[in-house]
Write a protein that binds this ligand. Structure first.
Ligand SMILES: O=P(O)(O)O[C@@H]1C[C@H](O)[C@@H](CO)O1
Length: 316
């Protein structure tokens, strides 16, 4: 049979799980160098577009798009709603890189592979990472279509020993024991709250705790009640692992969840969650998330330690 290993990997991403060692600093550098050889300048801000939220990448000006399959060492997306493209371009005058689709552990990828792009972004020169996701609400006051600025996360996988930083630590990326108590940047959260107020979004923009689970099944009622009692306001199958790696390598992080469904917490209810439902709500209300993220990017000065563009400071 005439199949290259790359084709096999693409067809069966789970083959990579046990057959490969984590990618090294040099592998990340090779990917970054390949990309730098194809793009016009270094990006300052990276944006990960969650399920059904990839349209944001289409709003970049002067776009340059790469299929994940053509980028050295990049995994490929296998989930509907995740196009599998890396898009570079200008948003509000900032040169950005958008992941139109991310990787999840339930696709069969080990967490070091799920988070590989984050380290590449760091080596490309990115300073700020914006992560978005689709999530189910546990908080009773959240409704489908609402947004949740992520104040903090519960990395359920990390707590149980599935961490992207497992294995030997390469100090060139970051320290062995990175602190996570300030994972989601305070200033960026305040900027997003102020922008929400200005846009008239306050009634549906919350701030809360995101819990990452492994998926791919949606939660049982007992699991949903357990996560809510733990202090989670929303639950999803991504993000926390990416944020761990981003903080490890010194990126500033802003995270926001798009609430696509209520997680079923009652045995008597008729509701059932589905990925199609998640995508449908994503398409219906994604414009609000796009507007908020776009305004936030416009207000960020990635090269100022304070992060806020001086001319915008007064209007916030
Ligand atoms: O990539 P995200 O976290 O937005 O995707 C969410 C979680 C699952 O992958 C999927 C469930 O519908 O959406």
């Amino acid at each position: 049979m005439n199949r290259t290993p790359r084709t096999l990997e693409r067809k069966y991403p789970c083959c990579q799980m046990h057959s490969q060692e984590p990618l090294s600093y040099e592998d990340c550098e090779a990917t970054a160098q390949w990309l730098l050889g194809h793009i016009k300048r270094q990006p300052e801000i990276a944006i990960i577009c969650g399920s059904g939220l990839g349209m944001l990448a289409e709003t970049l000006e002067g776009k340059q798009t790469f299929e994940y399959g053509e980028i050295p060492h990049f995994p490929t997306s296998t989930v509907p709603g995740h196009a599998g493209k890396l898009v570079f371009g200008d948003l509000q005058g900032k040169f950005c890189v958008c992941m139109k689709g991310r990787f999840h552990m339930y696709e069969g990828y080990p967490l070091w592979k799920v988070t590989f792009p984050i380290r590449v972004f760091k080596l490309l020169g990115v300073q700020v990472l914006i992560v978005t996701n689709a999530a189910g609400s546990l908080a009773n006051s959240y409704c489908p279509g609402d947004l949740m600025i992520i104040r903090d996360h519960i990395n359920l996988l990390g707590l149980s020993g599935q961490n992207p930083l497992l294995g030997p630590n390469d100090d060139r990326f970051g320290p062995r024991f990175p602190p996570l108590s300030d994972a989601y940047d305070k200033k960026l959260r305040k900027m997003a709250r102020d922008i929400s107020k200005r846009l008239g979004y306050s009634s549906f923009v919350h701030e809360g705790v995101y819990c990452m689970v492994g998926g791919p099944n949606f939660e049982s009622v007992a699991e949903a009640r357990f996560l809510h009692k733990l202090g989670a306001d929303a639950v999803g199958m991504s993000t926390a692992a990416e944020v761990v790696v981003a903080k490890h390598c010194g990126l500033k992080v802003f995270g926001i969840s798009f609430i696509t469904n209520r997680v079923v917490k009652e045995y008597e209810g008729e509701e059932e969650v589905s990925h199609d439902g998640v995508l449908e709500i994503g398409h219906m209300r994604a414009a609000t998330l796009q507007t908020l993220v776009t305004e936030l990017v416009g207000s960020i000065d990635p090269n100022n330690n304070n992060l806020i563009l001086e001319e915008k400071e007064a209007s916030l």
